[in-house]
Design a protein around this ligand. Sequence first.
Ligand code: TXA
Ligand code: MG
Length: 320
Amino acid sequence: MTPLLDLEAAVRHLAAGALVGFPTETVYGLGADASNADAVRSLYAAKGRPPGHPVIVHLGRDAVLDDWAVDVSGAARRLVAEWWPGPLTVVVAASPRVSRVATGGLDTVGLRVPDHPVALALLERFGGGVAAPSANRFGRVSPTTAEAVRAEFGAEIAGVVDGGACGVGVESTIVDCTSDTIRVLRPGAITAGMIGGLLETEVVLGGSTRAPGTLPSHYAPAARVEVVPANEIDARATALVEAGDRVGIIAERGVGTSESRVGVVTLATVGSPDHYAQILYSALRSADDLGMDVVLAVQPELDGIGVAVADRLGRAATGR
Ligand code: TXA
Ligand code: MG
């Protein structure tokens, strides 16, 4: 089984060009030395990720933005001053230090300083940038625990550093700062409203199609996912069970499981949008572990991080 690594071993493996799973506040990443083209190539191979898709370069708190980016706009500087370390990735023009393998051949790069003590310690000891997509195979559900990373990969990675379950649960907000129009390419915990408020400007949603997390079909478990309003879950579960399906439910306490029913399992109970984000991926993973045919996920409130939850659920639902 994929070994658990301490920080020292993880730094050594990164420096040697190997792949290391590590926790961040959003999801677990699979890291490679961002300045080592061969290491980044093996990262794409391990994930089964097509080469044209750029990965995020993670930096420590002491990193100098201008070492990794050029022509950084005032807006990008204000965003990172406000939210780094944190669940925010800025897309900016890449400096020569960033391997063009990591950028998928683009001259722009996504940069982020994650807000997690283990990730920060790893990055600060390593000293360089760590190219890291989410530590899942291409198109699959992102891992939010070290165990989920170990279930995803074998000998192709050196190991994983265990930092407990991720606090945020969905991937960082990606903001394209390469033009005067600020675009949110992927919603996350830092909302478009927060960004527009800080910059006192209008923010456009969507844009680039180079981002796998923004492909229509992504984040998908093997089970079929349906997003359903709370008051329709009971009836939908009944109909599916009658048709012979095993049904997993993600909803507020009591919804869909008011009477215990054969063929219906509660995968997770959700409260606030923040809580929904935290449990989403582990609930989708457990659906597959339990052999569910269908997941009925309650439609999240479109408030705060709920927009990101709805985005990921929508892509998971398109996936099968
Ligand atoms: O929270 C996160 O962002 C996690 C943790 C590990 O930090 N990482 C993550 O990485 O979600 P990944 O590779 O699964 O998604 C990175 C996204 C992709 O959609 C990628 O295309 C986009 O960032 N991206 C990276 N560089 C980009 C660029 N230069 N232009 C447009 N999109 C870019
Ligand atoms: Mg991903």
